[in-house]
Design a protein around this ligand. Structure first.
Ligand SMILES: Nc1ncnc2c1ncn2[C@@H]1O[C@H](COP(=O)(O)OP(=O)(O)OP(=O)(O)O)[C@@H](O)[C@H]1O
Ligand SMILES: N[C@@H](CCO)C(=O)O
Length: 291
């Protein structure tokens, strides 16, 4: 039996819709894989009551199929489903790394990204790579059809998860079908600024690059209190704030010493609009770890 820990991730980061992602130091899923004649799945942990054990409906089933690697797969969820923290991707990433090793398939970490993304297609109808790439490879990742570029970056982050459920499938329905040229121009500027910030470990450039006038405003409507929470985080010293993945988690970049005050401000503001929330004081972390 092999054990793999794969981290939560935050996709998009505002200006990088379906492209940018970061691995978070915490929380994480822990997945155990053991060779078997057919695929079977057991799920425990946070939100496990909402996660199907049917291999056709769980992200890890699609990964085992793609690797032709039948196994008994135990998933201990640390990442709540429908959180915007890449919950479905963390399990898929862990399964891809574990089954690749168990069956000695010889794929590189980068080659495992599109394989793990097949699991994402099962739950959201779309095989986007922006959560599985950082969960497998760690750091800040730029995932395109041409492959994954990874930057090891050190940026303090606060992820605030409200007690609201937003499925990726629903959040993709509100994404606008088109954008104006002036919006494309500003998005390119922000994306370039964010990428430079990651290279320089500069939370101010990263925060500025987390802006977005195309997808985030449409999705903000799905999260009660989003704009108030964003303002509160910025007032408390966050350098940038946006929706994490498809939401409802709200993610803030900040300086090392500001994580606690930013997190407290975000929770308080969600509470003030009647929404319970919890906070992860975290940072950009490593990819899936095999034990
Ligand atoms: N192994 C798994 N872990 C978590 N959710 C799973 C898994 N397999 C299937 N699902 C289903 O996927 C859905 C959650 O995935 P979804 O992409 O909506 O959330 P997320 O992964 O937290 O968000 P995001 O991709 O925005 O970060 C739930 O309906 C859940 O039942
Ligand atoms: N890029 C994806 C991430 C969520 O899985 C989205 O925002 O829909």
């Amino acid at each position: 039996m092999l054990t793999v820990r794969a981290p939560a991730t935050s996709a998009n980061l505002g200006s990088g819709f379906d492209v940018f992602g970061v691995a978070l130091d915490r929380p994480a899923d822990v997945v155990r894989v053991e060779k078997a004649d057919e695929i079977s799945i057991e799920v425990t942990g946070v939100g496990s009551q909402y996660i199907p054990e049917d291999p056709d409906k769980n992200t890890v089933g699609a990964v085992a199929d793609a690797l032709d690697a039948p196994a008994h797969i135990e998933i201990d969820k640390g990442v709540r489903p429908a959180s915007g923290l890449g919950s479905s991707a963390a399990s898929a990433a862990a399964a891809a790394v574990g089954l690749n090793e168990l069956y000695d398939r010889g794929h590189s970490r980068e080659e495992l990204v599109p394989i793990a993304a097949k699991g994402e297609a099962v739950v959201s109808g779309d095989a986007h790579d922006d959560n599985v790439a950082p969960s497998i490879m760690g750091g800040f990742t730029i995932a395109t059809d041409d492959g994954v570029t990874k930057v090891d970056a050190d940026i303090p982050l606060v992820a605030c998860l409200p007690d609201i459920v937003v499925s990726t499938r629903d959040a993709r329905r509100v994404v606008p079908e088109s954008a104006r040229v002036d919006q494309l121009v500003e998005t390119v500027g922000w994306a370039a600024t964010l990428t430079t910030g990651m290279h320089r470990d500069d939370p101010h450039l990263v925060g500025e690059g987390m802006n977005d006038t195309v997808v985030t405003p449409a999705r903000a409507e799905l999260i009660d209190g989003y704009s108030q929470v964003r303002d509160a985080a910025l007032d408390a010293g966050a350098t940038g704030v946006t929706i994490s993945g498809a939401g409802p988690t709200v993610i803030a970049a900040c300086e090392e010493g500001n994580r606690r005050s930013v997190g407290t401000a975000m929770i308080d503001r969600f509470n003030s609009v009647g929404v319970e929330a919890r906070v992860y004081q975290t940072e950009i972390g490593r990819g899936a770890t095999l034990f």
